[in-house]
Design a protein around this ligand. Sequence first.
Ligand code: GDP
Length: 296
Amino acid sequence: MVLADLGKRINNAVSEVTKASVVDQSAVDGLLKEISNALIEADVNVKLVLNLRKKLKATIEAEEKPGINKKKLIQKAVFDELCDLVDCKETELYKPKKKKTNVIMFVGLQGAGKTTTCTKLAVYYQRRGFKVGMVCADTFRAGAFDQLKQNATKAKIPYYGSYTEADPVKVAADGVDKFKKEKFEIIIVDTSGRHRQETELFAEMIQIGEAVQPNQTIMVLDASIGQSAESQSRAFKDSSNFGAIILTKMDGHAKGGGAISAVAATQTPIAFIGTGEHINDLESFTPRQFVSKLLG
Ligand code: GDP
């Protein structure tokens, strides 16, 4: 089930129960069941769903006192639990500082939308008055540098890369050095995302991380990849210890639940969501806003 339908289905279930003249135990159980099924069909991890169901039931039952508006209570409890699902309170997002060098390293598998998102984020910060540069540290995929160059040129962002240097660690370090010397405030490092030799990819992420010492590492995750989002993000977490997630392709027919589960699996907050192929299609993420929009 895609995200838009998930919102509708949860909404319907809540309306159903709140429309009934008496909200009895079986109506509440029916609601819990329907919400759980909808979340599971949207690829949210089963354990997370069971946990949500338990908490939701407990809240509804605990606050059940005469005189309390049960319908309102249910609406609020559902909203709060959905917020909790996408909210990572443990880690705070890094905020780039002006007049300082902020190195932001991107990681993620090929096709996730990394290069596109690097450019979107560069534009986002440039608009907010930062001096931004982009470094292409993907020497594995032929055409990676050209793609970044094309994107950066279109967005008028200075860039760095090499057609001849095969060592991504060196390109990353050189690019960051160059921009640091030129007093750039935000340096975005795009990395490789090749699929096949994953152990090599993760080793490379560790080396680049050591070379450029990022202030923030962001994992780019395709929201449509379903359940495998969790294992993928755990593997990247171990190698690059990213501090933020950007979910891409949230505009498409993404189920999104797998990617949402990655937040809990890695205890990492979502910083932005990608909502289209255009350079401006990037929205900063806040759990309450996201859930409000989801529920329409
Ligand atoms: P990379 O291999 O991870 O660097 O991925 P790319 O940046 O090349 O993106 C892969 C494809 O996904 C491209 O066709 C992008 O235009 C597309 N893409 C990236 N982000 C989004 C998004 O938020 N929404 C949509 N619809 N497409 C996206």
